[in-house]
Design a protein around this ligand. Sequence first.
Ligand code: NAP
Ligand code: ZN
Length: 353
Amino acid sequence: MYNAKAYSAASATSPLASDTIPRRDPTEHDVQIEILFCGICHSDLHSVRNEWSDFMSTTYPIVPGHEIVGRVTKVGSAVTKYKPGDAVGVGCMVDSDGTCPHCKDGLEQFCQNMILTYNSPDKHKTAPVTYGGYSDSVVVNERFVLRVPENLDLAGVAPLLCAGITTYSPLRHWGVTKGKKVGVVGLGGLGHMGVKLAHAFGAHVVVFTTSPDKTEDALRLGADEVVVSRNADEMQKHAGSFDFILDTVSAKHDINAYLNLLTRDGNITLVGAPEKPLDVAAFSLIMARRSLSGSSIGGIAETQEMLDFCGQHNITADVEVIPIQKVNEAYDRLLKSDVKYRFVIDMASLKSE
Ligand code: NAP
Ligand code: ZN
């Protein structure tokens, strides 16, 4: 065991602050990574503030962070995929049983024994729960380590590990290609990746935003049209016309307004995970055989496929790189939808703590 530097929160109402945490020495299948950048996902904020307590309550202290990019510093004796110096990433999961039907299908995110990067029981007993990427290093089983394309900017790659795969996976699953009309609701971290990816897949992309000042950015990111969702007339113009809508909104909102924009057999997939339930009007679904689904990140093989796709198409997140000392300020700005379009922590800033 060794000590790593980190930022943790001691309770749902405490700010994140400098801390020292235990990490295990790499076992034979482990990779030790020096973390260079870690993205700030809205899920980090939901978890730190225990907003998902009905579903999974938070164990304190919590070290959030599941958009990790860094360099391999050490590998266990049985590791075959990585060597010291490799650029690698870690997303939302660090382990799963590997034997259940979900794991066999490459959908580890649905495994009953999946271990999240933070706030999951630590089976190695190094600590009560796993600690995430707001830290200078992490140790992860090689099965859950991803290879990062060397041509991409590492700070811009970090958000691909969660925001990238969480949008890539449902867009692929629901067959988003050229000729499809696709909506993306909410232009934050997930939303802006959804726009870039849906555009790269050739779809006609419409962004729905509550922030009129994001219009120009949305077009630059790859949207064909932008709708300010608080304008009912603008919304009505698109009634019954979408094949697929990806909803990335982090707070309670009117889902029926979007269901009504779907064509017959159209689907809306929720990736946003608001604290409070959403109300669904039966008739919004019934009248055009529409469906409402959810989607959780993506499996490891698909995450590697997404990273390779981004490498080939030169896709990274638009990031605002911050020192870790500004993390609490970044959380406040997330709540005001004031993010363009992902905060990423430069972990070099942790050295001075
Ligand atoms: P984010 O960067 O904060 O973006 C959320 C966006 O939603 C905001 O920028 C804003 O966009 C819009 N929004 C916020 N409050 C709103 C409200 N009251 N009404 C309407 N729109 C609102 O968050 P994120 O990191 O992209 O995460 C989004 C959600 O996805 C979070 O709930 C997160 O926990 C969840 N998530 C789920 C998964 C999964 O596997 N399913 C993975 C990662 C994250 P505009 O300014 O454009 O309106
Ligand atoms: Zn996330």
